[in-house]
Structures are given as C-alpha cells and as structure tokens.
Design a protein around this ligand. Structure first.
Ligand code: FES
Length: 157
C-alpha cells in the first residue's frame, strides 16, 4: 500500500496497535497522529485514515466532526482555543477573547495572515477550577489573564 503519511505516523501506529483489539478501535489515535502530520483533517485525510484502518470514511467523519480537537480547516501554528463556558465566562474569558482578537487583528475562528495564530472558542476544557482557561495547541494555560496572554503572544510571535 502506498505510504500517505509520515514515517512518524506509521511508527506510532505500529507501536500502539498491540494495545487495541482491532483497527477501528485505533481511530482516535490515528486521527491525532494524522492531524500532527498534516496540521488539520481534510476530507482527503479522512479518506486516507479510513483506507489505513480499512473502515468506511463515514465512521471517520462522524468522529472528526464530533470532537472539537480535530480541525476540519487549516489552523495557525498556534491555535488559541478559549473556553467560554460559564466558569471561564464568569472569570473574564469574554474580555480575554476580545483582547486576543485585537492583538492579533483577527476575529473568532480566523487565522492571522502569516499563519501564526488562530483564535477559536471551545466547550468546557474540564478545568473550571482554574478558569479562565485557554488551550494553546496541546497545552493548558490556566488562570489566564491579559498579562499572560500578552506574554504568550510575544513569545510565539
Ligand atoms: S468552564 Fe472553562 S474550563 Fe470549564
């Protein structure tokens, strides 16, 4: 079979497959690995994952479109995913989001022209006790405030 993904993808799949009873059960880790490979999950990537796991593309698509951690369109190198649910909202997430939009010069769901930052809104990140929370790529930034946000934007610029 033609290789559609990186060696890292196939290496990871080889390493983990003994932990799963069948290929369908590997769908979530395969999607994470595919997204790391390509940055986001396009229709083509869904098909490639389906082919790799020998399952219908519809099974892949229903999972990709259910979970917000899978991106169905290109995102910036740094994806600022703001939780705006009740605990975070009560602790100022709305103002933080506006601040990020102003600093980056983009609106919600948009990516800066240089492809550096995307701002998105996500459901509760399960860390309400440290609200407000922003997930940047895979890392949580808890008790986030404007000062911390400015620092992060400066660091990643
Ligand atoms: S409401 Fe934001 S982490 Fe739960």
């Amino acid at each position: 079979m033609e290789k559609k993904f990186s060696n890292e993808f196939y290496g990871e799949m080889d390493r983990i497959q003994r932990f799963y009873p069948n290929k369908l059960a590997m769908l979530l880790p395969a999607l994470h690995a595919a997204q790391r490979d390509r940055g986001w999950i396009s229709e083509e990537t869904m098909q490639d994952v389906a082919d790799f796991l020998a399952i219908p593309k519809t099974r892949v698509k229903e999972v990709v479109t259910f979970y917000h951690m899978f991106h169905t369109k290109p995102v910036g190198k740094f994806n600022l995913q703001f939780c705006n649910n009740i605990a975070c909202w009560l602790r100022g997430s709305e103002e933080l989001i506006h601040h990020a939009e102003k600093k980056c010069g983009i609106g919600m769901g948009e990516t800066t022209k240089d492809g550096r930052f995307t701002i998105s809104e996500v459901e509760c990140l399960g860390s309400c006790g440290t609200a407000p929370v922003c997930q940047i790529n895979d890392d949580y930034h808890e008790n986030f405030d404007q000062k911390a946000l400015d620092k992060v934007l400066e660091e990643f610029r």
